[in-house]
Ligand binder design. Sequence first.
Ligand SMILES: [Zn+2]
Length: 134
Amino acid sequence: MTKYEKPMVIANDELAEGVFAASGCYTVTATRHQEPQTGRVNVRFQVNAHHDASHTCDVQYLTLNFTKPVQFISTDAQGAELVSPLSKDSASNTIVLKLTYHNNRTDNIGIGDVTVFGDGDVDVSSASMTDVSN
Ligand SMILES: [Zn+2]
């Protein structure tokens, strides 16, 4: 059994918008695919993560913090499972996904279709990824 620990997230205001320097071995960026809209809609995000470490890993937690509550809809990310909130019916400012990429020491992950439902101007306020030890 692996115990989930909430990752520490450090937002770096000096970097370009949507770029976050997370603790641990990943740098994660999250950018919205579409312009802000009015009303409640599906909003799709591009999430990129760069692994910079001397180890490999096979399981990750991706944490996305949003400016407004959203409901997770879908992603084709490898092995994706919704960890938090426990139900897709629940709206939350934080979504945690478990992923199963085999990451070599300096691999890049690109996820083009993280889709949530919420206000059309919602954005990601911070993003991070952490390894889960097997
Ligand atoms: Zn790592």
